[in-house]
Design a protein around this ligand. Sequence first.
Ligand code: S3P
Length: 173
Amino acid sequence: MNKQNIVLVGFMGTGKTTIGEALAARFGWRAVDSDQWIEKQAGITVKEIFDTLGEARFRQLETEALTQILQREQQIVMTGGGAPIKKENQEAMLQGGEVICLNATVSEIIERLRQDESRPLLQGNLEERVQTLMEQRKDVYRFAPIQIDTTNKSVETIVTEIENLLKNKHGKR
Ligand code: S3P
């Protein structure tokens, strides 16, 4: 059996942070955000890393962060939306815990991200950026064995759905 972690993946704005924190409270596990982990190690924000060091360097730091985080257990791990682009990250995540992909419709994601200015990949025309990136990434999230639609659902509903899915899978937790 893989490790006692829940790893949340999904496109930006699918609710990984909100759901991750609610799951952490429900399970009594630590909530660990890979972007925050990277920022702490680097001493600068993700946006600054993209601006000064470039996306390729960010992706290296992201792989290192995931490797370190997934050595521990009893965590809800919130990953950056681009983490599953690399196959090696997919494998690390699958070995590191239960991987759950959160999904939402394009229009819902655009609404959720409308006020956001921190995400380097969404600078410029938001609608166009989200549509282009989602199209480019349409296959990258399929590796996750559990897929959850978050559109029009409350946090409570989603957390209970995840809890029940894991209970049925393991007969415990
Ligand atoms: C990214 C998503 C971001 C962050 C970075 C790149 C992506 O995380 O890692 O801006 O490539 O989709 P969130 O999904 O938490 O916004």
